[in-house]
Ligand binder design. Structure first.
Ligand code: SAM
Length: 358
């Protein structure tokens, strides 16, 4: 097996590695290997996006969920959660504030809450697009039927985030109850692609029972799906879940994987996630310096922020949207990056790329 620097060079040229090569790269890499990879990923991101960081305004509109994922703080069985739903007007007022702050993408995220009918959701999406026609609407509301996805798309939704969580059947079964299956999750991702959404997928780094073999499978699954957006973050325990005692994921490995993903899909939109900012005080900065190019500050009303607790100690739950925005702007500035007010759509590769062309 070639040394890790050679594997990183190959990854940069070919955009992928074999399963065995990925496992070898992930297994016991040194600090120098990580720096070598990170530098390449940062340069690649710079080539496509210059020093620009896209921003998405996250609206966590419901913490009701019909699912019972073993890792998630808002799982159905957690009776200690103070449940809430935002009304259409409340969502639109988040958008109003967000637009003023320079957001041009709004992400509607929530548990799988069937109380909102398809018609209602389509109405909310339509109103968001009508009020802010120059903005993108991203959904992150879990598994739905093809028809539902189509209805949201027709109402104006542009993008959809649905992490596959793990590409290994056995591992999927250890993270979820029997009612959920990897097959169904993958079908949703295929449906979303067919309909024409810009699609995001991803996984938690260090989720319970995860092995390096699983991560290699995740990477190959992502390469095959070729998503426009890739969201990864460390697994963080929540005290009211069956996985409360499981250790958190590794910060360094998450950064390493962000860099790998940047070399795999150079033009992808990759966020430095809130979980990354939670596990380390400089997590989002380090994420950007490892090849990420998106941040997702919270636009939800402060009154509900703490209630959307997927894991313990989630950051920014007490800050107003404007504070979050300014804070992130300053953080990015300090590392030489600039948050820009643009939709930040995925741009296909087949154009004449010059530095900062995107
Ligand atoms: N319900 C939608 C879905 O299933 O895609 C969207 C909301 S879900 C809470 C968003 C993501 O949060 C999940 O895809 C999962 O990867 C992440 N998440 C949940 N619990 C987590 C935890 N304990 N640590 C880190 N990330 C977590």
């Amino acid at each position: 097996m070639p040394n890790r620097k050679t594997l990183i060079d190959t990854l940069e040229i070919q955009g992928t590695l074999s399963r065995e090569e990925f496992i070898c790269l992930l297994n016991g890499y040194s600090k120098e290997d990580a720096e070598y990879l990170s530098r390449k990923a940062r340069n690649t991101a710079f080539q496509y996006f210059d020093n620009k960081v896209y921003t998405r305004g996250l609206i966590e509109f419901t913490n009701y969920c019909k699912n019972d994922c073993y890792y998630c703080g808002i799982r159905r069985s957690n009776t200690n959660v103070n449940r809430y739903r935002l009304t259409k007007d409340e969502i639109l007022s988040c958008c109003k504030q967000g637009y003023r702050l320079g957001f041009r993408t709004f992400v509607l995220q929530g548990g799988e809450d069937l109380r909102y009918s398809d018609e209602e959701l389509a109405g909310i999406i339509f109103a968001m697009k009508e009020g802010y026609p120059d903005c993108a609407v991203t959904l992150s509301i879990g598994e739905r039927s093809y028809e539902s996805y189509l209805a949201y798309h027709r109402a104006g939704a542009d993008r959809y985030l649905l992490r596959h969580e793990t590409a290994n059947e056995g591992h999927y079964g250890k993270l979820h109850p029997e009612s959920l299956s990897l097959q169904a999750r993958k079908q949703c991702l295929r449906d979303l692609k067919t309909i024409g959404y810009q699609v995001g997928t991803g996984f938690m780094v260090g989720s319970p029972y995860q092995t390096l073999e699983h991560i290699a499978e995740d990477l190959l699954f992502i390469k095959d799906l070729s998503p426009e957006m890739i969201g990864i973050g460390p697994y963080l325990p929540h005290h009211d879940t069956p996985f409360a005692d499981k250790p958190q994921g590794s910060f360094e490995l998450t950064l390493f994987l962000i860099s790998i993903l940047r070399l795999m899909i150079p033009n992808a939109l990759i966020p430095a996630t809130t979980a990354l900012g939670t596990i380390h005080p400089m997590g989002r900065e380090q994420g950007i310096l490892s090849g990420a190019n998106v941040v997702m500050p919270n636009l939800s009303p402060v009154s509900v922020r703490k209630k959307y607790e997927l894991y313990d100690n989630k950051i920014c739950t007490g800050d107003e949207a404007a504070e979050c925005r300014v804070c992130l702007q300053n953080r990015m500035k300090k590392i030489g990056y600039e948050i820009i007010a643009a939709r930040g759509d995925f741009q296909p590769l087949d154009m004449n790329i010059t530095a900062g062309a995107y």
